[in-house]
Ligand binder design. Structure first.
Ligand code: OOG
Ligand code: MG
Length: 256
């Protein structure tokens, strides 16, 4: 097994066994961003070999709130699989995660592939629909602490996502109010503008970054644009709801 493949196995095992692992860059400070994306690819390949199906892409660290929360100030992307999808209104089992957090997101459903350098208009032309969404992030690293290369290798912390109902994408989504409620209490407030000034910019960045990694966004893919607010830690018994102005709400419950 190659060196990067053995690091991919460590992260895959941490996710499966729900046991946090030391940051890779502690023992391997020389790991590059390129190495990290290769580790991510190899670790997701292990899931695909176990029968999971790729369903899209997540962008991460596209808002200041998120960059500040985790102390990493560059965008990163990751891969979504069918096993990560939680049904709208469904329940997440804490036992399947290490120390999960939740964040409000905007999701795009793609009607056409998108790759390389594209304009916002070209990106929009490849979007079939837009929805309120949430992502469950669950860093496989101890204490939820990581450097850029660590988090990229760890699929940008992605471990679950839930998508609300799809809306016509031909509306102004540049500055929509967003609230995150836990048990009916508002815990975070933001705007879709927190995502690079406009969520479509995240899709433009995703097209470029995924291409640089030798893949592309496909028709039928879901693309998560990135967390809008800081992400609270989940606890047993909570009901979580995100509401995005004009787009609707999306909710999940938290089980033991
Ligand atoms: C890193 C992943 C960030 C987002 O939407 O910004 C992310 C993390 O917070 O663990 O998913
Ligand atoms: Mg996210």
């Amino acid at each position: 097994m190659s060196d990067l493949a053995s690091l991919a196995e460590i992260l895959d095992r941490a996710a499966r066994e729900r046991v946090a692992t030391p940051q890779l860059t502690h023992a391997r400070p020389e790991l590059t961003v390129e190495d990290a994306y290769e580790i991510q690819r190899l670790s997701i390949d292990r899931r695909l070999q176990r029968g999971e199906r790729r369903v899209g892409i997540k962008m991460g660290l596209t808002s200041r709130a998120k960059m500040q929360q985790v102390g990493v100030d560059q965008m990163a992307w990751g891969r979504l699989t069918d096993k990560m999808l939680i049904e709208e209104g469904g329940c997440l089992a804490l036992a399947n995660f290490v120390h999960p957090r939740i964040e409000p997101e905007i999701a795009f459903l793609m009607s056409a592939p998108l790759a390389g350098r594209v304009t916002m208009a070209q990106a929009l032309a490849a979007v079939a629909a837009v929805a309120p969404a949430m992502e469950v992030i669950d860093s496989r690293y101890e204490n939820f602490k990581f450097a850029l290369a660590d988090v990229i290798a760890d699929n940008s912390s992605s471990s679950g996502f839930v998508v609300g109902s799809w809306n016509d994408p031909h509306q102004d989504i540049s500055n929509l109010g967003v609230i995150l409620e836990i048990d009916g209490e508002v815990v975070e407030v933001g705007s879709s503008a927190a995502i690079l000034g406009h969520p479509l910019r995240s899709l433009v960045a995703a097209a470029r970054m995924v291409s640089e990694g030798g893949e592309r966004i496909e028709a039928g893919d879901i693309v998560l644009a990135g967390g809008i607010t800081a992400a609270p830690t989940l606890a047993k018994g909570q009901s979580i709801r995100t509401t995005v102005q004009n787009l609707g709400s999306v909710s999940i419950g938290v089980d033991a």
